[in-house]
Design a protein around this ligand. Structure first.
Ligand SMILES: Cc1cc2nc3c(=O)[nH]c(=O)nc-3n(C[C@H](O)[C@H](O)[C@H](O)COP(=O)(O)O)c2cc1C
Length: 212
């Protein structure tokens, strides 16, 4: 059983060429959206949004904003993982409203933790909050890559893009967001040579320290 997941993780690779004729089904896209939402985040605050692009014209337009990476242009969907620009008292209060509504936990019980978080975040600089939020974005991508592997969806994680240009082209700034990561999603092309390459990894004995 545990080896099945390792087989799936071996199967996945950073896809360099998708088969543009093969679209990922809406059902699978829904699974990925749910997995994004189910990802653990620090304090549970989810300072994130996921933009899912399926429009072929928009996808093509993103290629030059992604250093002309071919896999962006032939992907079925482009996922843009964004962070919220404003993680302030209002944002934190909204989270506790949701806890209250979802679990019926009274505001009195939540108050000390809520006050602590509002105080803690008020002491952080904008840069510190951005770095913190970006870490949560990376976690979601790790989770999505694993879910893609399990669901046999191909994907390429992408840092090689111009966030400022994505933000203005996709109108993200107006939505209070900034792009942090891109994930191209689709099904591998039969002639993507990278699918046949052996994984380059340091080796478990080298990368893991067992302290017994
Ligand atoms: C955060 C992150 C950013 C990456 N950015 C790119 C990218 O811009 N273009 C690309 O082709 N691959 C990108 N990769 C893919 C890595 O090069 C790839 O995952 C790594 O070489 C290991 O290979 P594998 O995923 O095929 O096992 C990125 C991977 C990660 C985790």
């Amino acid at each position: 059983m545990s080896f099945d997941i390792l087989k799936k993780l071996e199967w996945r690779y950073a896809t360099k060429k998708f088969d543009a004729t093969k679209k990922v089904t809406p059902k699978k896209i829904t699974i990925l959206k749910e997995a994004f939402n189910l990802t653990a985040t620090s304090y549970g605050l989810q300072p994130l949004k996921l933009v899912v692009i399926s429009n072929p014209k928009i996808i093509k337009d993103l290629v030059p904003l992604s250093y002309n990476q071919e896999q962006v242009g032939n992907a079925s969907h482009i996922f843009v993982i964004c962070i919220e620009n404003s993680i302030d008292a209002k944002f934190i209060k909204k989270y506790f409203d949701l806890v209250n509504k979802t679990r019926n936990t009274s505001r009195d019980i939540l108050k000390s933790y809520e006050d602590y978080l509002i105080d803690d975040f008020s002491k952080k600089t904008d840069e510190e909050i951005t770095i913190w939020a970006a870490k949560q974005a990376y976690l979601t991508m790790g989770n999505l890559l694993t879910v893609c592997a399990v669901e046999e969806i191909d994907a390429c994680p992408i840092e090689g893009f111009q966030p400022d240009q994505y933000d203005s082209y996709l109108n993200l700034t107006a939505k209070g967001l900034q792009s942090v990561l891109v994930m191209a999603v689709g099904h591998r092309s039969v002639d993507d040579a990278f699918s046949e390459l052996k994984k380059v990894r340091r080796g478990v004995d080298e990368i893991v320290i067992d302290l017994e």
